[in-house]
Design a protein around this ligand. Structure first.
Ligand code: HEC
Ligand code: HEC
Length: 358
């Protein structure tokens, strides 16, 4: 409880300080043109400065968990592009979850959430970790009562939504608003797209390899990655079996649709900031990008749902493997590193407000 009081005090201090600097979240809020117009802001949750600010405080507050030990940010840390560096997520009482914590970037453009895409809106999404007994372990009515009693929260809700009455709906709306501000669009690759820097020959080759589907008969070499990690967002938001296992332990989309043809399918996630988010895949099985490239090039596991784009993607005529050279694999890793946006992870707006005050 002592801890709780200390935290209350810290939030309180922070909210006073930031009343002056609060305008900064949405002022000059410009969406990157090259990500397109398909972003999603629901009509009933228009962005507002005070709600984004509240969402940020909630995101970093461990009191949103049953034992006051875990916040959203415990598993989604800004320095790691909002992942946690763990194989799979660790929740309250050190419970080990089955899946790897996902990077939270450019969610404003996301149509579905989680590795299996089982949720289609960001407002709904947060209720899952909040109530999952292995993540934050709260009952929603208890959460409402708990926050209602923390002195600084009712005024923050009042400023954000015009009411001091704290409800799950408003908690989820504020969290979603903060998450929609997590935009990463200032990597080397973005600067190249915007014409701010000229890529080297090797960088040009790397970009091309990443996005090209190989046609060996025509002498066109490609890494095939853009087939699923396409567009400037580096995700087409589609679901695939990318050949990790012959018999997947985690059946992915099949669990949601109950269809055998969806076995082992997962979201092809954005690869932005991927150099910061090891380990990789839904179960965190790969430690490095080298291991990921070895997987796609040499270790694809066949099964009835293995994606056609992978089966057909070979650089050898009638080839069964991707067959990239060692240099080509290194080029693709070079491209993946070009997707790192240090201004995103260092952005002051996204740092832990509780630590800042300590
Ligand atoms: C215990 C660690 C943990 C905590 C705490 C946690 N998450 Fe997550 N988060 C994960 C994992 C693991 C996944 C992937 C789960 C899955 O696919 O079933 C995920 C997925 C997500 C996604 C989906 C991203 C995408 O691109 O599909 C969002 C959004 C998200 N979390 C937001 C939050 C918010 C908001 C909170 C706090 C209310 C939170 N998370 C708390 C571990 C955590
Ligand atoms: C057929 C679609 C498809 C193709 C082609 C493909 N991927 Fe993927 N990729 C996926 C899917 C699906 C996942 C998530 C799989 C999982 O975790 O079960 C994934 C995951 C990844 C991850 C881990 C992401 C994370 O956050 O942990 C990396 C890195 C990656 N792919 C890189 C590449 C590269 C590099 C290429 C080209 C050599 C490539 N992918 C080609 C579909 C594809």
């Amino acid at each position: 409880m002592k801890n709780g009081l200390l935290f209350s005090f810290l939030v309180f201090c922070f909210s006073i300080i930031c009343n002056a600097c609060q305008v900064s979240f949405l002022k000059n809020w410009q969406l990157p043109v090259h990500f397109g117009e398909q972003f999603i802001i629901p009509n009933d949750n228009a962005m507002n400065e005070n709600a984004v600010f509240l969402g940020k405080i909630l995101f970093f507050d461990t009191r949103l968990s049953a034992d006051n030990s875990i916040s959203c940010a415990s598993c989604h840390q800004p320095q790691k592009s909002f992942t946690d560096g763990k194989k799979t997520a660790i929740g309250i009482f050190n419970q080990v979850n089955e899946r790897n914590s996902m990077s939270l970037i450019n969610l404003l453009w996301s149509k579905s959430f989680f590795w299996d895409g089982r949720i289609d809106n960001l407002e709904q999404q947060s209720l899952h970790p909040l109530t999952n007994p292995k993540e934050m372990g709260m009952k929603l009515d208890e959460l409402e009562n708990k926050l209602q009693k923390i002195i600084e929260y009712p005024p923050l809700f009042k400023k954000a939504f015009g009411t001091k009455k704290i409800t799950t709906l408003l908690i989820s709306k504020a969290l979603a608003q903060f998450e929609r501000t997590l935009i990463s669009s200032n990597s080397k690759y973005d600067k190249i797209i915007r014409g701010e820097i000229v890529p080297t020959e090797r960088e040009k080759r790397a970009i091309n390899l990443f996005f090209t589907h190989p046609i060996p008969e025509a002498g066109i070499r490609g890494g095939n990655c853009g087939d699923c990690h396409g567009s400037h967002l580096t995700t087409l938001q589609t679901f695939h079996n990318n050949g990790l296992d012959t018999t997947p332990k985690d059946i992915g989309v099949e669990k949601i649709t109950k269809k055998k043809q969806d076995k082992g399918k997962m979201k092809a996630p954005s690869l932005r900031n991927i150099a910061l988010t090891a380990p990789y895949m839904h179960d965190g099985r790969f430690q490095s990008l080298e291991e990921v490239l070895d997987h796609y090039n040499e270790h694809i596991q066949y099964s009835s749902t293995l994606d056609a784009l992978i089966i057909e993607g070979s650089n050898a005529v009638n080839g069964k493997k991707l067959s990239l050279t060692k240099e080509e694999k290194e080029d693709i890793i070079l491209f993946l590193n070009m997707l790192t946006d240090s201004s995103f992870i260092e952005n002051k707006k996204f740092q832990n407000p509780f630590i800042e005050k300590k």
